[in-house]
Design a protein around this ligand. Sequence first.
Ligand code: 3HC
Length: 704
Amino acid sequence: MADTKLVRLEKIGAIGVIVVDNPPVNALSPGVPEGILECLDAANADPEVKAMVLIGAGRSFIAGADIRQFGKGRPRPTRRTHDALEASTKPVVAAIHGYALGGGLENALGCHYRMAVVSAKVGLPEVLIGILPGGGGTQRLPRLIGPKAALEMIVSGRHVPAEEARGLAILDAVVPADADLRAEAVRFAERVADKRPLPRVSEMTEKLAEAKREPGLFDAMRKSIARRARNQKAPYNCIAAVEAACTLPFIQGLQRERELFEELENSDEARALRYAFFAEREAAKLPDIPAKTPVRAIATVAVVGAGTMGGGIAMSCADFGLPVKIMDATPEALARGMERVKRNYETSVQRGSLAADEMARRLALIEPVAGYDDIGGCDLVIEAVFEELPAKLPVFAELDRVMKPGALMLSNTSALDIDAIAGATKRPQDVAGSHFFSPANVMKLLEVVKGAESSKETIATAMAFGKRIGKISVACGNCDGFLANRSRAPFNSEMVILLEEGALPEQVDKVMVDFGYPMGPFAVGDLAGLDIGYAGRKRRAEANPNYRKLPIADRLVEMGRFGQKTNAGWYRYEKGDRAPHPDPEVARIIKEVAGEMKVPQRTLDDGEILRRLLFSSVNEACQIIEEAIAYRASDVDVMWLYGFGFPRYRGGLMFWADGIGVREVYNQIALWHQQYGERWAPSPLLRRLAESGTPFREARPPAR
Ligand code: 3HC
């Protein structure tokens, strides 16, 4: 007997309303499909019922299959809801609010009619968790909207807004945001109750003709995703399944969809992507900050510093409808900053990713102001001035003077001491770090840094603010470089040390691109500007006499090779072109400096390069967890996915390392410790994990 609490049948006159009630998002957890079938059968058997509505209780229609059930060897259902809904002899209307995703949309496609509130979104995002729509979605959607549009939706996994979905013919009707969806759906069902024949998507064939007219459609799609989808299988299986919809009868197409789905469910790629999905949600839960911690209302934001970062942060706020005041030390700097913001938006309009009126709306939300006295009334202020303590401390002293009581004061530092910054105010409880990644309006990661005195409310509010502006917020403690940059620092050093030993930038970059990064680390360095890392190294070398210097990197910068902006860095660039060209001059400098350092040159194999780079950071991440700067290994992974372009289908740095095995990682690091010395000293946490055979993903700070 199904759990009647998860799905119930209510009767409104002659309409049976099947309500799915499985909070928070009505996933199709065990009991839900059975409940839908039971209610459907009951309604079909009830002579008083003429038609049905399928609707979700709470905040959503149905967000899809229960992702936690994948990979657990679930029994195969003998009767599937989407088929049963379609086979119903009485019409069924899907009434959608919130999300109809994956299995949710597939069930809606099984219904005879679909309607939604204008705020609803529909989609088949399975590819984003390494699988494909396995509930008939790859067979019904192309029949309903044509293979081309279906391919685009299924291969991208994007959420399609209701109005667009109606334009595509996924929805039959869209009702206003304030409409009573349930009442509207009941009226719709009453109107169609006696209409026959029932429109069944599986029987539609007209739109499939598109594939006959354009037989190259599928190969073109494979070609267009080749770079983005390298090392992955799910996007290709999605294409194959839609192709099957165009070449096979419906039932055989469903069978093919099932086979292609089963190839994916337990793949490494799907396991990694599922892990990343939940890691991302776990990051929002802070063990020392209860979920019920009050969050301050943020209606207005101020940004101090109109440079590239400050402007990007202001855009991030405006992009999500938050009014923001922006200031700088001089009117000229402010004007330059506003000009840059405008240019960035104009580029998006030219590219077609932003409507011109939307650009105007966003720009109107960003108000340049003359000085501190204009921002005191804002609920939150983000400092984004030059990345040096002597520049930041006076800013915070001023903010202390002008900001209203209870205003949140955040510093966009990527490495500096939050406690020193908070110490410039008389209200350190309101101060925290908010490290945006560059470009701030594009990168989705926000690193929220807890100072020793940051209040729980401050951190909870900073995390919520990040979510409000579309960021993935990950919290961590205060140390040089915090979680993100500190865990990345050994990788950044090691990549240059590899050159000392005989590798070339283009070899290292190729290894990392083949691994799945969108760009190699040296090409990224050239894009960001090599002078930034240089300044950081100088600061660290002054503070720490044992700091491992990187003479090759220093030499390049001292020669004026700052990267793309000087047309020379680790690579050579043609004027006005961003394509990196290997530069014999760099090879010569590497040889020369290595000679001066008396490091013998050898040939490094790709496997060693990959492991040297990533293991060095795994070890540092362990140390960061050991010091309780990070709450858990999965937070490291989320940061690497969203901050550093780590390939999502590998789960994240620590998840990837688990694939190799904690003992093997430890043994290799211990060997390199003997060979290279202190920089490879294994973290005590790493040693303990290896001794106990505990996977990285279960690593937690030691109890204190
Ligand atoms: N399965 C299990 N749990 C799910 C879930 C799902 N499909 N979707 C969401 N959840 C859980 C989340 O883990 C989270 O749990 P927590 O509170 O314990 O952390 C809770 O529901 C709320 O989720 P979010 O925090 O993500 O809520 P948002 O409102 O920010 O986002 C959402 C809602 C857009 C629906 C988002 O949760 C999402 O994208 N979910 C996944 C949708 C998806 O991938 N569906 C396809 C599933 S596969 C499928 O259907 C296969 C079929 O073809 C056979």
